[in-house]
Ligand binder design. Structure first.
Ligand code: GDP
Length: 300
């Protein structure tokens, strides 16, 4: 799916509401701003960001002497683009001379395994040799699920038994990656949050094992967040971001929410680029994040 299809719910639930408001009210008065504020907050744009955005709009309305509300649409999309800018580094860091290692972290159910499968497919299509590491040895079924994606994408999965030490799996995976001269190693990790400090220790150990074998790895640590969980996603990012060396975000299930404003909130509140977005459950439903394309898909 492309942005246009993947963002249909947000376009219907958020952008169309804004458009309706502009047509219905015509006059730009306090009530108009209040209603606009409500719609934006309802779309998970984030309260602080909305307040600033409304202030900016007030300034622009005065400066440009805008009288009819419908003329505000392009101004709003311009402002949203500005808020998202600086996020245009969606390129994944790749090793310049060897194996690129990408680690995926995040809470269970956010779409880690699915994202790994989709990305494996994408890299394969680019002609790269890919290997997967089944580092979530904790959640029942996680290894099998990764294997299903491995088969779909046509890439091999390095695994051990359920319950085994994830760092040992990573060690095996790195050795296999070297032997088979793969280009990209994508590593799944456990996402249980019941015991946060254990999880962080486990991630640190995985880090050390990978780094010992490949000094400039991991090249990316991608935190996967579920766009449909709104504020929760932001909280997870704060929790993981502190300790686990996260380098970028993957925002999944954008197709499943009318609250695509979460992308703006994430950009404003976290100092991490959104690298990829999930726009569906299929293999092709993953796109590099591009702020211009994103805003364009919403307002075009
Ligand atoms: P994990 O526990 O983090 O590995 O999560 P999974 O990869 O198992 O995904 C959990 C559920 O979310 C599955 O049913 C996926 O099909 C679904 N899912 C993952 N990414 C997306 C997405 O971008 N869009 C939609 N609609 N569903 C997704």
């Amino acid at each position: 799916k492309q942005f246009k299809d993947g963002l249909e719910k947000t376009r219907k639930g958020f952008v169309e509401k804004v458009t309706d408001l502009m047509i219905r009210r015509k006059k730009i008065d306090e009530e108009f701003y209040e209603e606009l504020e409500e719609i934006l907050i309802g779309a998970d744009v984030g309260v602080n960001t909305v307040m600033n955005l409304i202030e900016d709009l007030r300034v622009e309305v005065k400066k440009r002497k805008i009288e009819d509300a419908s003329e505000l649409q392009p101004v709003l999309s311009e402002k949203l683009s500005e808020l998202l800018r600086g996020n245009d580094n969606s390129q994944l860091q790749m090793s310049s001379n060897g194996i690129t290692v990408i680690l995926f972290v995040g809470v269970n159910g956010v779409g880690k395994t699915t994202t790994i499968g989709k990305l494996a497919h994408r890299f394969k299509q680019e002609g790269k040799k890919v290997l997967l590491a089944a580092g979530d040895t904790f959640r029942a079924g996680a290894i099998e699920q990764l294997e299903v994606w491995g088969q779909r994408a046509g890439v091999e999965v390095i695994k051990q038994q359920s319950g085994s030490d994830p760092a040992a799996v990573m060690y095996d995976a790195v050795q296999a990656a070297k032997q088979r001269q793969v280009d990209v190693l994508l590593c799944d990790t456990a996402g249980r949050l019941q015991n946060k400090s254990n999880l962080m220790e486990e991630l640190n150990k995985i880090f050390r094992v990978i780094q010992r074998e490949i000094p400039d790895a991991p090249h990316e640590v991608l935190l996967v967040l579920d766009a449909t969980t709104g504020q929760n996603a932001l909280n997870q990012a704060k929790l993981f971001g502190e300790k686990s060396g996260v380098t970028g975000l993957v925002l999944t299930k954008l197709d499943g929410t009318a609250k695509g404003g979460i992308v703006v909130a994430i950009r404003q509140e976290l100092n991490l680029p959104v690298k990829l977005v999930g726009l569906g459950e299929k293999m092709d439903d993953l796109q590099p994040f591009d702020s211009e394309q994103f805003v364009h898909a919403l307002f075009a």
